[in-house]
Structure formats: structure tokens, C-alpha cells
Ligand binder design. Sequence first.
Ligand code: NAP
Length: 275
Amino acid sequence: MAVTLAGMKRIAILGGGRMGEALLMGLLNGGYEASAISIAEQHLERCKEIEKNAPGVTVGADASRIVAGADLVIVAVKPNDVASVLEGARDSISTSACILSIAAGITIADLESLVPGRAVIRAMPNTPALVGRGATAIVLSVLATDEDAEMAEQVLGYVGIVERVTEDLIDAVTGLSGSGPAYIFLVIEALVDAGIQNGLPRELVERLVEQTVAGSIELLMASSEGPIELRAQVTSPGGTTAEGIRALEEHGLRAAITDAVTKAKLRSIELGRRD
Ligand SMILES: NC(=O)c1ccc[n+]([C@@H]2O[C@H](COP(=O)([O-])OP(=O)(O)OC[C@H]3O[C@@H](n4cnc5c(N)ncnc54)[C@H](OP(=O)(O)O)[C@@H]3O)[C@@H](O)[C@H]2O)c1
């Protein structure tokens, strides 16, 4: 059932790409009132698609019209476009509005200088948000009130979990959960290759691997036990899994994963430097 408009926060989304549309659809699927949402997208074809997928939502190319009257302005354009879209729309953004940016590498200080005097929130989501299973970390500016934080958490909560962090942690979050889906996909790819190399037909391998990965995650989430206990339960001494785990340890799986997260974090720091 749709939530009634009375008291509902008005949300403007800038950028109707993958992430912007994922947030929009998450809100609508969660029962948010379509007429309380507007979205700016500069490609006419995308606008038409969004209008079709999200009836009742205001869609337009002009960001400054879309932000007028919004309580929350979500910035979902590419990092390089953040300055131009906010500079263009700034004068139409209410002084009491909160700006929530999901653009990678755009800092709280960057946002504050683009929209002076407004509360800003920086978020780092990840792509499982596209299916409502995202993991997002948010950073609050000094001007962001509890109400602003709760509004951002509620909105991002429609597409997954939300955790508050301080800005000094955001590069590590980027290296962990921002880039994390790609690490998992690489592991899945390797498992598929390994199954084929061991004589199994590809289609069978793909079905077995997908269900094994999805099932393991569901088991972990449903269980009161952690990954160490769950792994121990399938690793009997001298058994097949123990042999497999030994091979992974010998090849340095842990070190490789630690290095991946660290290198991605360092790259995030490097990309964020603009001097
Ligand atoms: N995708 C991810 O995995 C992920 C994860 C974490 C964070 N993010 C962040 O999420 C943001 C959006 O990513 P995305 O993958 O959704 O990008 P995207 O697909 O490029 O979507 C952005 C859309 O906004 C449009 N746009 C740009 N400037 C505009 C303006 N002034 N007015 C109206 N529309 C405008 C873009 O048009 P053009 O194509 O012409 O530019 C594009 O259609 C990025 O900043 C990214 O860092 C993404």
C-alpha cells in the first residue's frame, strides 16, 4: 500500500542512471508515494523509460526545476558531473534541504563548498542496491541533523543496509564493500572455471556454483553462528573440504584478499586527492 503524502518528505534525485533508477525503484517498491519523488535525467530516452517504469514520478531534464521544494536531494550523477549539476541547481535548492551524494570520491568538504549552508551527507553504496541488497556507508556533515540522518537512512534503507561511519573510514569502506561485489564475482568466475576444468558441463557448473554461493550467504545470514563455525561444520578432519581449504591457504587466499582491499583503499585515497 502506498504511504500517504501527508508529512512525507519530498525527494529529488539528480541522475537517472543505474544507481539513480535503483534508488527510485527501491523507494517505489517499498511503498513510497510516487508523487513525492522527482528525478532529473538529461537523456530524453532515459526520461521516457523512467516515466514508463515509475508512473506518477515527476521526470525532467532540468535539475533546477526538479530540486525545487525537495527536502532531500540525492546526487546520483558521475563524480565529474557533481559540481556542474549542483552549481546549476543550487539556487533552487531549499536552504533547509539535505543533500545526499552517492558520488564516489566527492568529499563532505567538496559538497559543502558546492551548496554552502546546506546539510550534506556522503554515501558509498554498492551495486547489489540494484536488487535491494546493497551495503551503504554514510558520513554526516556538521550541519546534518538527526532528522537528516534518519531521512537518508530511511531512503537508502529501501535498497539495503546503511551504516554510519566517519569520513576517515570511507576509503576503506570503498575498498571493502564498494569494490566487494567485483571480488565475489571473480571468485564465482574462478569456481566456474574450476568445475569445468574438473570435467563438469558448464551449464551444470553455473547452476551449482550460483546456488552454492547464494545458499552459503543465506545460511550465514540465517544462522546465529559466524563464518568460522559454519566452515568448521563442513570441514571434517582428513576430509575433502579440508584438502580444498589447505590448497586455498597454501595459495595465499587470505593474503590476496587483504591485499585487494588495501590496494583498492589506497587507490580510492589517490583518486580523492585533487592537488
Ligand atoms: N554503479 C556503482 O557501482 C556505484 C557504486 C557506488 C557509487 N556509485 C556512484 O553513483 C553515481 C551514479 O552512478 P551510475 O552508475 O548510476 O552513473 P550513470 O549511469 O552515469 O548515471 C548518471 C546519469 O545522470 C545523467 N546526468 C549527468 N549530469 C546530469 C545533469 N546535470 N542533469 C540530469 N542528468 C544528468 C547522466 O547522463 P550522462 O550519461 O550524459 O553523463 C546519466 O544518465 C556515481 O557518482 C558513482 O560514483 C556508483
